[in-house]
Design a protein around this ligand. Structure first.
Ligand SMILES: *Cc1c(COP(=O)(O)O)cnc(C)c1O
Length: 428
């Protein structure tokens, strides 16, 4: 049985040495994996409950075109999201093209000229810098007269409450928090930490709204930031909540007031959430959301395996293999461009699509540095599918994520190590 598996892995190009090392690492992870399964089971129950409560039926899967008036499937899906995340409302649309777009809609819909946006985790995610206008861009918030401030994190990467209090001004109306580390080596925030920060901000300035960039965090814990006071949580459907099946889209879940405004910003004033056809892909959004808790768990197991594999070889991992997790991202500090290329080549070689391709660094829109991306995904650019990426800059870290099944994530990680070993970048 084992020999047959090894033979298949050999055929994929994975050597016996790498296989043996991988198996020895896996032995130590059983208890961790059980814990993650426990979280998935409870989140599965949450999603199921929301689906049955909202009487999801085959009629919800009907496609719509044109204006999309009275699209009951679309409206029910939004209720399912809202009930799962315990919010008053949700906007879940294929017209939201990606996470950045969802965040841009949430921010621009809820900030007026003269008001100030405050990020309390230092600089926000790369692509948001143009949305805000930190790096000048046409149609940025700055261009619309929205002001911006940021409070830096402590050197340990935690919220700096003193700095936050100082940064809150008379004009601050919206506070942004990014749950996941993004392309940085700081730790991601737990929902508890986010809750503490939200309570603090609202104590200093009652009435201030809080938006959480929830990308990659959905279903990794039992609670979401919306359970601890966030007015909006925002994410991409080609990450966790799409479960690998959603072909496009983003979501914003939150208070009726905030979400309603997002609807107007996304379509047009006066039209709001009433328009927006689903183009016949809505069944995939439902089924993907249904699978999302277990798919997220698979991805998380992959991330833990990657850290447990690379850490003993001398590569700094964030989070560490044994640490608690609050998203599906594993960053591994590889230390050189050559190692990033090798790692990504290995991940790409283990892809079900485009396995023959060699990922190369390129100038991706929205990013300042060249970015390398390994992604042989069924849905283009999907990062809930097995993928690795990172900007080519110090500290030359790759951000590894996804894997619709753990069996696949495991193969990808072994292939990455094999490529590193065969190029003499790692010694086993
Ligand atoms: C992925 C991501 C985004 C949005 O990126 P898109 O590629 O536009 O979907 C924003 N913030 C964080 C933390 C992310 O991980």
């Amino acid at each position: 049985m084992m020999n047959e598996y090894n033979r298949l892995l050999n055929e994929l190009g994975i050597s016996d040495r790498v296989i043996a090392y991988g198996e020895s690492v896996l032995k130590g992870l059983e208890e961790r994996f059980r814990e993650i399964d426990g979280i998935a089971e409870r989140n599965q129950a949450k999603v199921l409950l929301a689906m049955s409560k909202n009487r999801v039926s085959a009629a919800c899967f009907a496609g719509s075109t044109g204006y999309g008036y009275d699209d009951a499937g679309r409206d029910t899906l939004e209720k399912v999201y809202a009930d799962t995340f315990h919010t008053e409302a949700a906007l879940v649309r294929p017209q939201i093209t990606c996470g950045t777009h969802a965040l841009a809609v949430a921010l621009s819909a809820n900030l007026r000229p003269g008001e100030e946006l405050l990020s309390i985790n230092g600089a926000p995610y790369d692509t948001l810098q143009e949305v805000i206008g930190i790096r000048p861009s046409p149609c940025s918030l700055a261009e619309a007269g929205v002001k911006y401030a940021q409070a830096e994190l402590t050197p340990e990467g935690r919220f700096d409450f003193e700095a936050i209090e100082k940064a809150i001004s008379a004009d601050t109306t919206l506070v942004a928090i990014q749950r996941s580390k993004g392309y940085s080596m700081r730790p991601s925030f737990s929902v508890d930490e986010i809750g503490e920060a939200i309570a603090f901000v609202k104590k200093v300035k009652p009435g201030v709204k809080v938006m959480v960039d929830n990308c990659y965090g959905e279903f990794t814990e039992l609670a979401e930031p919306s359970d601890v006071g966030a007015d909006m949580i925002v994410g991409s459907l080609i990450k966790n909540p799409g479960g690998g099946l959603a072909t496009s889209g983003g979501y914003i879940a939150g208070t009726q007031e905030c979400v309603e405004r997002c609807g107007y910003r996304l379509s047009a004033p006066g039209l709001g959430r009433e328009v927006g056809a689903n183009f016949g892909i809505i069944d995939r959004l439902y089924q993907g959301f249904f699978l999302a808790p277990t798919v997220t768990a698979a991805a998380e197991k992959g991330a833990i395996f990657a850290a447990a594999l690379y850490e003993p070889l001398g590569f700094e991992c964030v989070p560490k293999a044994a640490e608690k997790r609050h998203d599906i991202i594993q960053s591994i500090r590889l230390g050189s461009e050559a190692a990033m290329l090798a790692f990504c080549k290995g991940i790409q070689a283990a892809a079900p699509v485009d396995a023959f391709a060699t990922p190369l660094p390129w100038d991706m829109p929205g990013y300042d540095d060249k970015v390398i991306m390994a992604a042989g995904a069924f849905v283009q650019g999907s990062s809930i599918e097995l993928s690795a990426d990172g900007p080519i800059r110090e500290p030359y870290a790759v951000y590894f994520q996804g894997g619709l099944t753990f069996a696949h994530a495991k193969l990808g990680i072994l292939m990455s190590l094999e490529t590193m070993v065969s190029r003499g970048l790692v010694k086993l």
